[in-house]
Design a protein. Structure first.
Ligand SMILES: Nc1ncnc2c1ncn2[C@@H]1O[C@H](COP(=O)(O)OP(=O)(O)OP(=O)(O)O)[C@@H](O)[C@H]1O
Length: 311
């Protein structure tokens, strides 16, 4: 069996507080596996411990307990980091450098040859849509443009694993779509991606699984489709030719009905009942316009969980 690209076991981190001997637990006994070529969304409210986890993975801070392995190798071995690309939450750049110079600087840190750096930078500027701003100083860049330089910087060493802290922040809807496409193109190339985001619709669109963390504790790791299917509460049926008999049937069974111009939307919170209603429609010669589950979005589910957690 192949080793997961990321394997985290019993990872805990406390920080000092202003109170003398008191420590604050930012991460509590985290276990997490991420497989090759997977896109994992790391979700949690502010202060949940996402950035702390990323910093621990990168060796920027040290854990109190626990271990991290990258493709079977202990992360204490600094060579493991050569295959990681990282986009921090607030990337810092030398603003007097141009986009090209900045990426060239990061390429040098990885000892990439001059020729390779030039090719790679050309490719990356194209990928992130900044080829027009190649020779512009970063201080003249917008927040969204800087975020693109950040992702290009994270990819400069052609890493197998990408760790992205809030990659969509500061981007407009078009920029977010492009960032999603970049992440998907990374997966296509076999890269593994873990990223945190508060924009749950983005997470829903591109992740295979999500790990949900609250107060430093992992709540669950689930496949996106499972979490969405699990919470189907309503079936929605749109009917043309809604008869008084169907109205009476709906009322008797407590279905919500919404009348629009020439059709009626019936909301039923039980699959069996929904199927029976379809039969009832047939009996009444009513036409089926649409039938489908009304799923909660990941955002609805996340907000519900956060409320439960606070209660
Ligand atoms: N250096 C530090 N010293 C003390 N406390 C810290 C330190 N860094 C983080 N914390 C605390 O640890 C907790 C987790 O912080 P972390 O930055 O990991 O959260 P996060 O999930 O990334 O939040 P956000 O979504 O706001 O970025 C927070 O309560 C934070 O205040």
């Amino acid at each position: 069996m192949t080793e997961p690209v990321i394997k985290i076991r019993g990872l805990s981190k406390t920080y000092r507080t202003n109170w003398k001997f008191k420590r604050f637990t930012a991460l509590d006994n985290l276990d997490l596996d991420v497989g090759e070529g997977e896109i994992l969304g790391f979700l949690g409210p502010n202060g949940a411990g996402k950035t702390t986890t990323f910093k621990l993975m990168l060796g920027l801070i040290y854990p109190d307990k626990g271990s991290i392995f990258f493709s079977g190798q202990d992360s204490k071995n600094i060579n493991t980091r050569a295959d990681i690309g990282f986009l921090p939450e607030n990337p810092y750049f030398y603003s007097h450098l141009t986009a090209f110079e900045s990426l060239d600087f990061y390429g040098r840190l990885f000892n990439i040859s001059k020729k390779q750096r030039q090719n790679r930078i050309d490719e990356l500027l194209l990928l992130v849509g900044l080829e027009h701003a190649r020779n512009r100083q970063l201080r003249k860049f917008s927040r969204g443009m800087l975020q693109r330089v950040g992702i290009a910087q994270a990819l400069i060493n052609d890493p197998g694993l990408l760790i992205l802290d809030e990659p969509m922040s500061g981007l407009d809807p078009m920029g977010r779509k492009e960032m999603r496409d970049i992440i998907l193109s990374c997966r296509k190339k076999g890269k593994t991606v873990i990223f945190s985001s508060h924009i749950l619709s983005d997470v829903e669109m591109i992740c295979d699984r999500v790990a949900i963390i609250f107060g430093g504790k992992l709540q669950e790791i689930v496949h996106v489709n499972d979490i969405l299917d699990r919470d189907i509460r309503n079936w929605e049926i749109t009917v043309k030719g809604f008869t008084p008999e169907l109205a009476a049937y709906s009322e008797k069974h407590g279905f919500d009905t919404i009348q629009t111009e020439n059709r009626v939307l019936v909301k039923i919170d039980n699959e069996e009942q929904a199927k029976l209603f379809l039969k009832e429609m047939e009996k009444n010669n009513a036409a089926l316009v649409s039938f489908g589950p009304k799923r909660d979005s990941l955002e609805d589910i996340f907000i519900k969980k956060a409320k439960q957690e606070r209660a």
